[in-house]
Design a protein around this ligand. Structure first.
Ligand code: KG4
Ligand code: ZN
Length: 331
């Protein structure tokens, strides 16, 4: 069974093919980052237009020497995400599916991130705790089975990736700030600025990052020579954000007695976060897994894979089900 996956929820145009017997047999991602960088963030209308321009060449690259006629079903991201961008992927999926005479499967973007580590490891078994950290979401989820998700905690304001990106902007780093903060932090002293660790002492598993970002803003306002402090600010901010995540994850593992932790989403590409979470393997005797870098950030392999686990609903083929807002527990 060959499932074609299509991802266009934000600023990556991606297509992949998942073979139920062999795994991923083709994948391609085109990132629009360079186009949005000059605006300091994703411009929704530009994103939709660029998905239209690139989707066919991305499909051709993912297919390689494979034949489109061999595809059995098409999974696509139907939410959450930017509405215009989602509609490009959905219309393309519907058109292609009608032409090929195959069914479509709408897929939840965050659910796909959650299951992405199964692309890289064959020892991922339910139940597990997932730390899903991206530009739009920061969630701690108890994953009991496919489609059985209990949200244990989530950010009450900015997502952690959003905080990295906003701090990146304050530090005049290119968009998106996350990877640049990680790079520059390597040259800085994480103890130089004593930033707050929001909600770290609260007993619940909720998160908050906007106060941390504001603390960075205030510390910058007091400086005459920002440039020479950038590595220390980046390192101190990154340390504070990751301290909060580590503390909340420890609490969640203790509260639920789960023995597996899976990291997912773009921020799971962060080396310090990976190292700190890996340390918990020894400290807490748990198993920690994170996807390959290319499966942390937005990609279509995770969409094709999740689609392959679902059954197409043949009663609503061709109908639009794009949902810019779509809570994970409504999957
Ligand atoms: O999952 P993703 O590709 O897109 C969303 O669905 O949001 O995540 C993108 C987010 C951005 O905020 C980006 O700055 C962050 O992931 N990110 C990182 C790193 N690489 C990507 N944050 C911290 N450190 C990184 N190395
Ligand atoms: Zn994502």
């Amino acid at each position: 069974m060959l499932t074609l996956g299509i991802e266009t929820s934000c600023d990556e145009t991606a297509v992949a093919i998942y073979d139920s017997g062999k795994g991923i047999v083709g994948e391609s991602v085109f990132s629009q980052i360079d186009m949005h960088a000059e605006y300091g963030g994703v411009v929704p209308e530009l994103a939709s237009r660029d998905h239209c321009l690139k989707i066919i060449s991305v499909l051709e690259e993912a297919l390689g020497k494979g034949k489109i006629e061999d595809i059995d079903q098409i999974a696509y991201t139907s939410g959450p995400g930017l509405l215009g961008a989602l509609l490009v992927g959905e219309s393309f999926a519907h058109g292609l599916a009608a032409g090929l005479g195959v069914p479509t499967i709408p897929v939840h973007h965050l659910e796909a991130h959650l299951m992405a580590p199964a692309l890289d490891f064959d020892d991922i078994n339910f139940p597990f705790i997932s730390l899903l950290v991206s530009g739009g979401h920061s969630l701690i989820i108890d994953v009991k089975g496919l489609g059985e998700y209990s949200i244990l905690g989530e950010s009450q304001d900015d997502a952690v990736g959003e905080a990295f990106d906003k701090v990146g902007k304050l530090l005049k780093l290119p968009y998106p700030g996350g990877p640049h903060i990680e790079r520059i932090a390597k040259e800085g002293n994480p103890k130089k600025f004593n930033y707050p660790r929001p909600m770290i002492n609260k007993n619940n598993l909720d998160l908050s990052f906007s106060g941390l970002k504001t603390a960075v803003l205030y510390s910058i306002r007091d400086l005459d020579n920002l440039d020479e402090h950038i590595p220390d600010i980046a390192a101190s901010f990154q340390r504070a954000a990751i301290d909060v995540l580590v503390s909340k994850i420890k609490k969640s593992m203790l509260q639920t007695s789960r023995d597996t932790l899976i990291l997912a989403g773009g921020v799971a590409a962060n080396g310090l976060l990976r190292k700190e979470m890996s340390n918990l393997e020894n400290e807490m005797g748990i198993k920690v897994r994170y996807p390959a870098m290319k499966h942390c950030t937005d990609n279509a392999a995770m969409i094709a894979y999740l689609g392959s686990l679902k059954t197409p609903n043949l009663s609503n083929q061709g109908q639009s089900c794009a949902r810019p807002r779509w809570p994970l527990n409504e999957v």
